[in-house]
Design a protein around this ligand. Structure first.
Ligand SMILES: *Cc1c(COP(=O)(O)O)cnc(C)c1O
Length: 338
């Protein structure tokens, strides 16, 4: 069976670095959406709680309900159903959502400062505040999201300027619409490391906490450690003769006699097939031939093979990003905290 090992030590080390960057553990909201980036929702919720994190961010209400006991507050990004609950706070991604929310629900207003994905437009902010007030919702926060925080460009500065304007407007309209001053936040992992002095109320940190943040080389590179290691167990070993092939469509050909082994992990487990023939494990074992649904073949004869320690190396071989590989890992793979 493939196994996902989660290093408590690496996770706490990453949280230490993030807490130091943003100034306080209380400013960290861990992003546990999508099965905690494939690490396991409950496992990562428990570890976060153990570390002293009070706040989480999830994709939907089901996820929030599963981990409610571990946190004081949970921000829910996407909603179709809303419940008035002292721990749950819903992101408002569009004006049309507001009228569907029940009186007394806690909300955070998302504003589009340039990414043009979710959030009300900057010139809709007043309308949103007025509707939030009419609907009897409780405004807790105002936030935005950066489109290019991980790349060396002026875009991050430009969006920050836009968010400053949003803040000013929200503060100026406070008396008129009668809400308490909300908290303001714009940073994901990459954005948090762009600050010299972090000055926001909160960081919504996902990939950095999991130790897989990648930034443009010239930007600050925090010393993070990947939390997850994916391993697989050997099914069989065989010796190939020169000219023999491995796997579907015979895409790998042995140039000389060689030992190869089959492991119990495949694309059904989330191993992206595009990496076929293009990946070498941290121990130097080469992925041979096409990845099958439940199997893949590598050089060597190790009983247990580390498939990856740093998901980004695997993702590169597959032509994608670490995030996509992580969230695609099958939820039934056993997660073990070490
Ligand atoms: C997923 C997400 C985050 C976390 O991003 P990371 O790059 O993993 O830190 C933060 N904010 C929003 C709006 C997100 O969707």
């Amino acid at each position: 069976m493939a196994i996902i090992r989660l290093s408590r030590k690496a996770y706490f080390h990453n949280l230490d670095i993030i807490a130091q960057k943003v100034g306080a553990v209380s400013k960290i909201a861990v992003v546990l959406k999508d099965n905690a980036y494939g690490h396991g929702l409950l496992e990562m919720a428990k570890l976060s709680h153990e570390y002293g994190i009070k706040e989480a961010v999830v994709h939907n209400v089901n996820e929030a309900n599963e981990i409610k006991e571990y946190f004081e507050k949970i921000l829910v990004f996407a909603g179709h159903e809303y419940f008035v609950d002292e721990k749950l706070c819903y992101a408002i991604n569009a004006l049309s959502q507001i009228e569907k929310m029940p009186r007394g629900a806690l909300v955070e207003l998302k504003v589009d400062t340039g990414m043009h994905r979710n959030g009300v437009a900057m010139d809709e902010v007043e309308k949103a505040l007025s509707q939030i007030s009419e609907q009897g919702l409780v405004l807790k926060g105002v936030f935005t999201h950066n489109r290019s925080a991980d790349t060396l460009s002026s875009e991050w500065f430009w969006q920050r300027k836009n968010f400053e304007k949003v803040k000013e407007k929200v503060l100026a309209l406070q008396a008129e619409y009668g809400y308490e001053i909300p908290r303001f936040h714009s940073s994901n992992s990459a954005a948090a490391f762009r600050f010299k002095e972090f000055d926001e109320d909160l960081v919504r940190v996902g990939i950095a906490a999991y130790g897989c943040l990648e930034m443009d080389e010239t930007l600050e590179q925090p010393d993070l450690q990947p939390v997850m290691t994916l391993t697989a167990q050997k099914i069989a070993t065989r010796t190939l003769q020169q000219g023999e092939h491995v796997g579907y469509n015979a895409t790998f050909r042995a140039e000389k006699e060689m030992v190869v082994s089959t492991y119990d992990v495949g694309y059904a487990d989330g191993l992206i097939r595009a990496a076929s023939n293009r990946y070498t494990t941290p121990d130097g074992e080469q992925l041979l031939g096409r990845i099958s649904m439940d199997n893949s073949s590598f050089t060597g004869a190790k009983e247990e093979l580390v498939i990856f320690e740093n998901v980004n190396r695997y993702a590169e071989a597959a032509g994608t990003i670490g995030y996509e590989v992580l969230v695609g890992l099958h939820p039934e793979i056993k997660r073990v905290i070490i």
